[in-house]
Design a protein around this ligand. Sequence first.
Ligand code: F6P
Length: 343
Amino acid sequence: MRVGVLTGGGDCPGLNAVIRAVVRKGERQYGDRLVGFRDGWKGVIDNVTMPLDVERCRGILPRGGTILGTSRTNPYKVDEGVARVLKTLDAEAVDALVAIGGEDTLGVAHRLEGEGVRVVGVPKTIDNDLSATEVTFGFHTAVQIATDAIDRLHTTAESHDRVMVVEVMGRHAGWIATYAGIAGGAAEILVPEEEFDIDVVSDMIRRRHAQGRFASIVVVAEGAKPKAGSMAVQSGEVDQFGHVRLGGIGNQVAEEIEKRTGFETRVTILGHVQRGGTPTAFDRILATRFGVAAIDAVHDGAFGQMVALQAGDIVRVPLADAVGELKTVDPSLLHGVADTFFG
Ligand code: F6P
């Protein structure tokens, strides 16, 4: 078979491990000819390809990013986008496509399946907010990076008796904030799932510092929202999937805490550091398992399906289940585990 591979959306540690696994098993065990599309759906629309074979995939397992490149291009928002995708797949004689991406990329895959495209999905996102899979690769790496940063912030915060606000990624879901906050011993965690009250946060920090010299780490997900009317909110550019560019709530939270408590407050915005660099062993293994399962799914004709992790096993789920609803943080993690250590 001739199998196309693309990576779409924000990059994520582990993408190369998936590509390597698809190529390895495809070429060596199924006798497939693989072709890479550059920069997500953009490469399919414009027919920009890259040869993919076992030799080209050597050494990429521990490398972050994606050798195929990526973009947030949405064929449904580009002139003749869908027709151009179909034309390219025909011109390249592609029998099946493996689309590696998050909610947006897989949402497009799901719609294209309705147009007759034979596609299998692989879930990726550091945000871990895709339904139907217990975890996405990249999440574990992002949590480790954020936890390492929080560990470092503790010592400088303690030396100066300061409040440290750490902004992490998480547009719609606070998985990274919650996991890194628990692992890093945060005094407060603010997530998109629950509006926060800056007065309550500030009171808690005041009470904590009244007990003596205490540094406080406040972990804020970039998508965290203040209670209506309590603080100024930001706005930004919107991409082809309608997402606002985030980043900056940490600054606002830090400013408001300092104003209300009088405690010196500093902010660290981790940003894309969380997405860069080498994947953890866990993510390399999960990504490899997903890649192997994806090429198996192609050969079983399981189109319109996504590979997923459930109860430790790799399973197949309909793409529709993965993109229907975002997976948000389990409230029992925040209320019952994380908040045991707040204040
Ligand atoms: O979707 C993953 C993500 O890392 C989000 O957490 C974040 O809001 C976004 O990507 C950032 O996107 P960009 O790389 O386009 O700035």
